[in-house]
Design a protein around this ligand. Sequence first.
Ligand code: ASN
Ligand code: ZN
Length: 321
Amino acid sequence: ARRTLRRDAYERTQRRLTTVVGAPAVAALAEAEPGKPRRTVYDARHRTDLPGTKVRGEGDAPGRDATVNRAYAGLGATFELLLKAYSRDSIDGHGLPMDATVHYDEDYNNAFWNGEQMVFGDGDGEIFLDFTIPVDVIGHELAHGVTQYTANLDYFGQSGALNESVSDVFGALIKQYTLGQTAEEADWLIGAGLLAPRVTGRALRSMKEPGTAYDDDVLGKDPQPATMDDYVRTGRDNGGVHINSGIPNHAFYLAATTLGGHAWERAGQVWYDVLTGGELEQDARFTDFATLTVKAARARYGEGEELRAVSKAWERVGVRT
Ligand code: ASN
Ligand code: ZN
């Protein structure tokens, strides 16, 4: 039922967008202070009405609730990476206010982007802790917003796995940017610090070694493949969107670590160019995305190591370019 609600909100946003696109005057009006985030954090107080009660607005001092402060900081870090690395003004590129609700529902074991805002559960404490703990999870949900306003990849099958992967890629980049890490220093985990102490595992996913993030009695084993040889055909999870995302995730990891240095700079730029460049179709398959990354690497950096690293990365995960 919740997924349906989320889907409805998402589609409402899609319809609203159609009326806004082509009206640059409206977008311009919204840009009160370009280059500055406009964050609001709400508290759902363990209920499910959104957005809930406003508890921290832009420029407000930190309060006593660490969850609120983490959400606020995570939105800020995401805004900063988008602006500094890609000259993008917020999620929509036009200064969209960033809203997040924390303490959603009781023992809620997830976080999501509902088409308009981020929503974070506290976890049940048995399997998951507070979903605002990993900054890459905050970045992941915000990146769903960026995807919605750009390539708008269909959330099913390979395009859905690409949608998920793009969120993991930019989630990981936000963490690395925040910590000032190079590709070789990064852990390439999504959701480190989120698993409750009794769960046997390190994180939700590993971009470095998909399929090894956890192996637990309750959660089972991390089902992610790293290459096309292990692609999972399933009807669950919208056709395995959180499963097969391991393949493009690993391709990004390979490209970024081959290049070295800050992953958001060259590998991240190539992925960002594909996501926002207007050529990626909503129903794109892995090979479509891969081909566009090769084209984007060549367009931005010429016939050099970037092009070679990107091509080789896809070859190693078994995706044709
Ligand atoms: N946290 C999940 C995600 O962003 C929530 C979901 O919709 N499956 O992909
Ligand atoms: Zn996601």
